[in-house]
Design a protein around this ligand. Structure first.
Ligand code: TNX
Length: 560
């Protein structure tokens, strides 16, 4: 049940960080404000706010021990105190920025050698490696909250949990008169898999930097730690490459349909990388080779097998294009592009695609891939590719991304026996471009329909036959964008399925339970609605009713 904010002293939007609550008398409240205050007061009398339950978190934490006797009310004068480490201080600043808009509280950030809550929030870096590189321990008592972690990443994940434990109104961009109660108890949490990601195809349709940053925010909420950007495809090349400038200026000037396309300058790309890094998310750039390269051939016909410049392609077919594997200039192109992309990317991964190169077969394909894998190794990065790479020789650290639809592939299992690790993205469970239902207005259905239950009910650790859980690096949810044209459509396809995939990547197998997940997921709806985030009101999720949204004669408005 969503907590209904109680009427309290009105708070001015600019009070954050300066003056704190302003007495009601300082304002001349208009009639609408008075009516709203009365409505909230009445609602509270009928249904006094209950704190969220400590276990109401997505993804489900590893261990939750509630203690209702220790519920804690965030006071207006709370301080956030963090270890005197720049990365811990940065998390404290981010947490303050999350909590200030809705609470209107100043929430000053300070540092201490040994932070303790004393009526506020303490973020504590510890030498205890037992929490792992991403784990955290969150303790709520009547004295305040502490989040303890071995790394700033653990503190960041703990802060996301804390955010979900506050009432949904915490997502409001403007001050809300609320009682900010946190449920008492202890959460001890760490992820099941080290790699938890989502992919955004910015090639079929191009999306502005701001849209990508917003997607990063969604990943961070659900403790995902990798953003895979599908940067190149037949319909557009989206990243500036100084040594081959026409890739972006010519190859980037189209997209599916009639739109203008676009590309990221190096500064744009760095901005995405830095924004993601600040949220403990690693960007995985993909340059799809040898197929899905039509836009590159438009820009540089010497890369094409027949050396003739083709017309730009803005349809949605796949598998027709390829760079000439018999021409040495192709490998110069590959080395130049991957070298520049690696130089822009601090993370360890370079994704080289490798899918649907239907016209580059057998040994020609494996020779090409093996050469490109060596080029990646020369950049000091670790190669990732779609599972079609499997027949090629192993190189150190190699990761294959599974996108099959039936979990059976002896060639992939054999590549794993030779040392490859797997990211699992089953087309029939994790593909966020699949429709939810036959009447979903956008999306595809070649891998079937994927409702929320289908996105949730599978196990990454045992999905691919003869691939042991130890070889599974993690999970990823790809969003291909042939039919996705705007941020609102991205969000509609992502939510509520992305949290399902995130939970499979983070939560212990023992917590897997559709009924429980469905209820916890329902609690996210009011948060998205309050934050102005679009999502699909999937009918199988019991979205709560928000009384204050009810409008006469609009039955649908009563439910999210
Ligand atoms: C297959 S999945 C593709 C993409 C398409 C997608 C559409 C994969 C590695 N290749 O080129 O966009 O299907 O669902």
């Amino acid at each position: 049940m969503p907590t209904i904010p109680s009427p309290g002293p009105a708070v001015s939007p600019d009070a954050a960080g300066s003056t704190g609550p302003i007495p009601l008398s300082a304002h001349e409240p208009d009639a609408a404000t008075l009516a709203r205050t009365a409505e909230l007061a009445a609602a509270e009398l009928l249904a006094p706010p209950a704190p969220a339950r400590l276990a109401d978190v997505v993804p489900a934490p590893q261990r939750v021990v509630p203690d209702p006797a220790e519920d804690w009310l965030l006071p207006a004068d709370a301080v956030i105190v963090a270890s005197a480490d720049p990365a811990a201080q940065a998390v404290a600043d981010q947490l303050a920025e999350l909590l200030r808009p809705a609470t209107g509280y100043p929430l000053p950030v300070t540092d201490a050698a040994r932070p303790t809550p004393v009526g506020g929030i303490a973020l504590v870096l510890t030498d205890d490696e037992g929490l792992g590189t991403e784990g955290y321990r969150l303790v709520v008592t009547r004295a305040g909250v502490s989040i303890t972690a071995f790394t700033a990443t653990g503190l960041f994940h703990g802060a996301q949990t804390l955010r979900q434990l506050l009432p949904p109104a915490i997502e409001s961009p403007v001050p809300v008169a609320g009682r900010w109660v946190l449920p008492g108890g202890v959460i001890a949490d760490r992820p099941r898999f080290p790699y938890r990601g989502a992919m955004l195809d910015v090639a079929r349709h191009f999306f502005a930097v701001e849209d990508v940053l917003r997607v990063v925010d969604h990943l961070a909420r659900y403790k995902l730690n990798h953003l895979h950007l599908h940067l190149t495809d037949d319909q557009g090349w989206r990243i500036a490459v100084d040594s081959w400038p026409r890739l972006a200026t010519v190859g980037g000037a189209t997209e599916v349909g009639e739109g203008p396309g676009g590309h990221y300058t190096k500064a744009d790309y760095r901005r995405i990388v830095e924004y993601a890094a600040a949220r403990h998310i690693t960007v995985v750039p993909e340059i799809d080779l040898p197929g899905h390269t039509h836009a590159a051939l438009v820009a540089y016909p010497q890369l094409a097998p027949d050396k003739v410049a083709p017309a730009p392609y803005t349809g949605t077919e796949v598998g027709f294009s390829y760079v000439d594997p018999a021409d040495e200039r192709t490998y110069d192109f590959v080395a130049d592009v991957l070298g520049e992309v690696a130089a822009l990317t601090p993370g360890p991964w370079l994704h080289i695609g490798g899918d649907e190169a239907f016209k580059v077969k057998g040994e020609v394909y494996t020779d090409f891939v093996e050469r490109v894998q060596r080029i990646v190794a020369d950049t000091g990065r670790t190669v990732v590719g779609w599972h079609q790479l499997a027949p090629a020789a192993h190189v150190d650290g190699r990761v294959l991304q599974w996108w099959g639809t039936n979990g059976e592939d002896p060639t992939t299992a054999e590549a794993v026996r030779r040392g490859a690790r797997l990211i699992v993205s089953p087309g029939n469970h994790a593909y966020l471009d699949m429709k939810y239902a036959p009447d979903t207005p956008i999306g595809q259905d070649w891998a079937g329909l994927i409702d929320v239950r289908r996105a949730y009910d599978w196990d990454p650790g045992s999905h691919v036959t003869d691939v042991p859980e130890e070889a599974v690096l993690g999970v990823e949810a790809p969003l291909w964008t042939e039919s996705v044209t705007s941020l609102a459509e991205i969000e509609f396809m992502l939510l509520p399925r992305l949290p399902a995939i995130a939970e499979l990547g983070w939560s212990p197998r023992a917590t897997h339970d559709w009924d429980g997940f469905r209820d916890r997921l329902a609690g996210q709806g009011p948060r998205w609605a309050t934050a102005g985030i679009s999502f699909h009101r999937a009918p199988e999720i019991p979205w709560p009713t928000i009384p204050s949204q009810r409008r006469p004669g609009q039955a649908d408005a009563a439910t999210l």
